[in-house]
Write a protein that binds this ligand. Structure first.
Ligand SMILES: Nc1ncnc2c1ncn2[C@@H]1O[C@H](COP(=O)(O)OP(=O)(O)O)[C@@H](O)[C@H]1O
Ligand SMILES: [Mg+2]
Length: 249
């Protein structure tokens, strides 16, 4: 699904990612953990094609196709979904209308016609039932006055509707309460399938009490310095990131 080789990236001329190798197969959930400033958000931004970050070497393949030269929206159309850390408020545009537009934009890019209204409604109904999202929420203005949990609910709803091949959830927000974490975790657990892959980026082990990843990677100073199974997250929780730093020293 996703194959990253020797990825190096800079921001404002400063090296941030220093040789990332990562392979995520369909059906897998990977967690990327690491201390603040390790480069976790940079990695997600570089995969999504955020132009603030300059990829200086390496490759990023999605299903065997190098996507590293594609624009962010082209990557999205190819099946990459990145949750937004700081979602924009769009007064007057409802949660439903926003996602309808996003789906139809993506279809247009693939040369498909707009999704018939009946199918769209059916899909909205199915996904909102699956995720236990009530109707009132769907007619709210996008992100306007949303609580942390509501932002997460919207994000997971977008993911459910867009059905990305690869979803990257950057859970950096330290303000996330336990309800918001549960919304993300339940969403991931319900939406994961043998055909998609999820990368959850988090500073905190707590999220991984609810999502059991197949692999956990520790990012430190722009490199993946340790990979293990779910138990690695517990070990990190117990020993702290200093443990990794000391091991490397
Ligand atoms: N837009 C940016 N401009 C300048 N420096 C940045 C920018 N984004 C990230 N950095 C720097 O890159 C490093 C890694 O940041 P980041 O990827 O956000 O780490 P993490 O998500 O692991 O906390 C930090 O030193 C940060 O200051
Ligand atoms: Mg971050």
């Amino acid at each position: 699904m996703l194959k990253i080789e020797n990825l190096h990236a800079q921001v404002e001329g400063k090296d941030i990612l220093k040789g990332i190798n990562l392979e995520v197969k369909a059906g897998e959930v990977h967690a990327i953990m690491g201390p603040n400033g390790a480069g976790k958000s940079t990695l997600s931004s570089v995969i999504a094609g955020n132009e603030t970050y300059e990829m200086t070497s390496g490759s990023i393949e999605l299903e065997g196709v190098d996507i590293s030269e594609l624009a962010p929206e082209e990557r999205a159309h190819a099946g990459v979904f990145l949750s937004f850390q700081y979602p924009v408020e769009i007064p007057g545009v409802t949660v439903t209308n926003f996602i309808k537009t996003a789906i139809n934009e993506s279809r247009k890019a693939k040369g498909l016609e707009e999704m018939p209204a009946k199918d769209m409604l059916k899909k909205i109904r199915e996904k909102s039932e699956l995720l236990e999202i009530d109707r009132k929420f769907l007619s709210r203005s996008l992100n306007e006055g949303f609580s942390g949990g509501e932002k997460k609910r919207n994000e997971i709803f977008q993911m459910a509707m867009l059905e990305p091949k690869l979803a990257i959830l950057d859970e950096t927000d330290s303000g996330l309460d336990i309800d918001a974490l549960r919304i993300v975790a339940n969403g991931v657990n319900k939406l994961k399938s043998k055909d998609n892959a999820v990368v959850v980026i988090t500073h905190y082990q707590r999220l991984l009490d609810y999502i059991v990843p197949d692999y956990v990677h520790v990012l430190h100073d722009g490199k993946i310095v340790k990979t293990g199974d779910a138990s690695l997250a517990l070990e990190l929780e117990e020993k702290g990131y200093d443990w990794i730093k000391n091991e490397l020293a």
